[in-house]
Design a protein around this ligand. Structure first.
Ligand code: NAD
Length: 354
């Protein structure tokens, strides 16, 4: 079990990282250090439930800053590291790849180097128990045809600058195990959704546009397939991987929930039709097809058999129930996303980055 351990989370103010911090602090009782630079993608509102808990602290720092990393390791002395800090939005990586290379590749290398130096100084028992979980994506595998699934043996064929930068970081993480013995585990997860996801991502984007009365733009003909996992299932998988996974291994994480993009948007519309009905018609009437994203992978699907068999993790939230929960969350927490759309979330954090 992870309860009571000292856990360093990079990127803990983002979508998945904040869900992980909330769970580690509130449910597992872990001493948790959130090491996050607070880019545009971070919202401290996502951490409100734990912000004042004595088990939680925040270091506003960049994973490219080796001195800040060394200080965090020396002062906090983590037993587990979850590395989630990344630039994460595919469309932004197409418009401006530089930041993706800087954070995802260079930043990961600096973090691995700092972790290695710290780990080498630990007593032997603590060294054996230490885990560095590198959190990655199924996008590193590239695109599938209509059938088959990605396994841990699938070759790396990243298409977007985002996926290429994550692929590079996966190789670095595993090289730090093979070359230096650092107890690294790599997890490759399918598309996440759930509360506190930044408004630019597909599902929140559609919910927010629908509520504003705007059209719902779908790339191409909406036939592209993604495999979807609720963020709470992902966070549970990460904890299971950290406590039950083997060092030097990769684990694919997914919940067997493949959906075409058009069906994802349709499910969002159906949930809104139930929860916030229009005076007339359906939200589906607002779906509009727009020109496709360049290099758009056709299909991703994860085979999570290894994680299920070796560490006993299983997803628990089906897609329809998860979409219903998520749409409800965006309806009930309009302050969270309106604060992002207005830019207020960035002004409020000035005190933190001083
Ligand atoms: P996100 O964009 O919501 O959050 C990223 C966080 O990292 C932000 O809080 C940001 O401030 C922080 N960050 C960025 N650059 C940093 C730097 N240089 N130093 C310190 N902090 C920095 O991302 P997310 O969707 O929560 O994804 C988290 C991780 O999980 C990423 O590594 C991503 O590749 C991976 N992943 C995401 C998904 C998904 O569907 N969202 C699926 C599989 C894997």
């Amino acid at each position: 079990a992870i309860g009571g351990r000292r856990v360093l989370v990079t990127g803990g103010a983002g979508f998945i990282g904040s869900a992980l911090c909330r769970r580690l602090v509130a449910r597992e009782g872990c001493e948790t250090l959130n090491f996050d630079k607070l880019t545009y993608a971070a919202s401290l509102d996502s951490l409100a439930p734990v912000a004042h808990d004595r088990h939680y602290r925040l270091s506003v720092s960049d994973i490219c800053d080796r001195a800040a990393l060394d200080a965090a390791f020396a002062d906090f002395r983590p037993e587990i590291v979850f590395h989630l800090a990344a630039e994460s939005h595919v469309d932004r990586s197409i418009d401006g790849p530089e930041a993706f290379i800087e954070t995802n590749v260079v930043g990961t290398q600096r973090l691995l180097a700092a972790a290695l130096q710290y780990w080498r100084g630990l007593p032997v028992a603590a060294r054996d128990a230490f885990r560095f979980v590198h959190v990655s994506t199924d996008e590193v595998y590239g695109s599938l045809g209509p059938t088959g699934c990605f396994t841990e043996q699938s070759p790396y064929r990243p298409s977007s600058p985002y996926a290429a930068s994550k692929a590079a970081s996966d190789h670095l993480a595993l090289a730090w195990h093979a070359t230096y013995g650092l107890p690294v585990i790599v997890s490759n997860c399918s598309n996440n959704y759930g509360p506190c996801q930044f408004p630019e991502k597909l599902i929140p984007h559609m919910i927010i546009r629908a509520l504003a009365g705007d059209t719902l733009p779908v790339y191409g003909s909406g036939e592209n397939v993604r495999d979807w996992l609720h963020v709470e299932d992902h966070v549970a998988a990460l904890i299971a991987v950290a406590t039950g996974g083997r060092a030097g291994e990769k684990y694919n994480i997914g919940g067997h929930q493949e959906r075409r993009n058009i069906d994802v948007v349709g499910a969002v519309c159906d949930a809104l039709d139930r929860l916030q009905p229009l005076a007339a018609g359906s939200y589906r009437d607002r779906i509009a097809f727009v020109s496709d994203r360049p290099g758009h992978d056709f299909r991703y699907a994860i085979d999570p058999a290894k994680a299920e068999a070796e560490i006993g993790w299983r997803s628990t939230i089906g897609f329809d129930a998860g979409i219903d929960l998520t749409v409800r969350w965006y309806l009930d927490n309009q302050g969270w996303w309106r604060n992002i759309l207005s830019g207020g979330y960035r002004a409020e954090r000035l005190g933190h980055s001083a």
